[in-house]
Design a protein around this ligand. Structure first.
Ligand SMILES: [Zn+2]
Length: 63
């Protein structure tokens, strides 16, 4: 996901330019998201596998 084209609801400028505190807060938050997804793709896949396994196990137990 890219934040380059996001427009701020507060100042109506691109969030990537960081013209107001809302822009800067959003930009920082989005960069953190990018940082985590870029850093741990393997961990995210592992988490997904664990979640799917848990759902399958629960479904198996109820049936
Ligand atoms: Zn703004």
């Amino acid at each position: 996901m890219t934040y380059d084209r996001l427009v701020c609801a507060n100042c109506a400028a691109p969030v990537s330019e960081g013209r107001c505190p809302v822009c800067r807060a959003n930009r920082e938050r989005l960069q953190q998201v990018n940082f985590f997804t870029g850093l741990n793709p393997t961990a995210l896949i592992a988490l997904l596998v664990v979640l799917v396994a848990a759902v399958v196990l629960l479904a198996h137990q109820t049936v």
